[in-house]
Design a protein around this ligand. Structure first.
Ligand code: FMN
Length: 199
């Protein structure tokens, strides 16, 4: 736990959509929980649950237990769907091309895309861990649109310079950069200390 008891509480929305990489959402929830001053609000799309089942050993209950508040994806009347809710940031981890497209076009067709729309209109931090490969022109244009609106496109592309030994290390490397982008403190993030002199 990093935060002192007096640290102000931060509200962060985490959405898991139906792209491959449900582990990114799960690890993000875990890292945010460890920070100690963050209240997490979780939304999982129907396709997101398919990928949790396909890719992880965690049950639905395991994933839900990582969050402080959980919302069904179709309940667009939830508190977080309003700009009056004082939210400090939102991360869609992973973000499917469908959800990216819906955000890019302001569709607000479920609670994930509505909350993302609110983040953009209120000029708050919105991070999309987009995952697809290769990318077609629609994907690229949608990423450009979201960037123009102030969102951050963060494909979880692993780096190898820190010599990851496990899948979890690769995942956490990306997720801890996202936590940095949210402006939250973290104790165990790996930091680049310059090139090795062995070259
Ligand atoms: C096993 C599996 C893997 C998928 N991987 C991806 C992916 O990496 N990227 C993507 O954009 N869509 C992927 N999809 C397709 C999305 O789940 C699908 O477009 C869905 O409609 C997205 O809905 P959502 O954005 O509401 O979660 C995958 C689907 C399945 C079943």
């Amino acid at each position: 736990m990093l935060a002192t008891p007096s640290a102000p509480l931060k509200h962060v929305v985490v959405a898991i959509s139906g792209a491959s990489g449900a582990v990114y959402g799960v690890r993000l929830l875990t890292l945010l929980r460890n920070i100690g001053c963050v209240k997490t609000h979780l939304i999982v799309s129907e396709a997101g649950w398919l990928n949790v089942a396909q890719e992880l050993d965690d049950s639905r209950a395991d994933v839900l237990a990582l969050a402080d508040v959980v919302y069904p994806v179709h309940v667009v009347g939830a508190a977080i769907a309003s700009g009056s809710f004082q939210c400090d940031g939102m991360v869609i981890a992973p973000c499917s091309m469908r959800t990216l497209g819906a955000v890019a076009h302001g569709l607000s067709d479920n609670l994930i895309t509505r909350t993302a729309d609110v983040m953009l209109k209120e000029r708050r931090r919105l991070i999309l861990m987009v995952r697809e490969t290769p990318l077609n022109l629609a994907h690229l244009r949608n990423m450009t649109s979201v960037t123009e609106m102030g969102g951050i496109i963060f494909p979880p592309v692993p780096g190898f310079y820190h010599r990851p030994q496990t899948l979890l290390e690769m995942v956490d490397h990306s997720v801890s950069r996202v936590v940095d982008l949210l402006g939250l403190p973290q104790e165990h993030a790996q930091r680049w200390a310059g090139l090795s002199t062995k070259i």
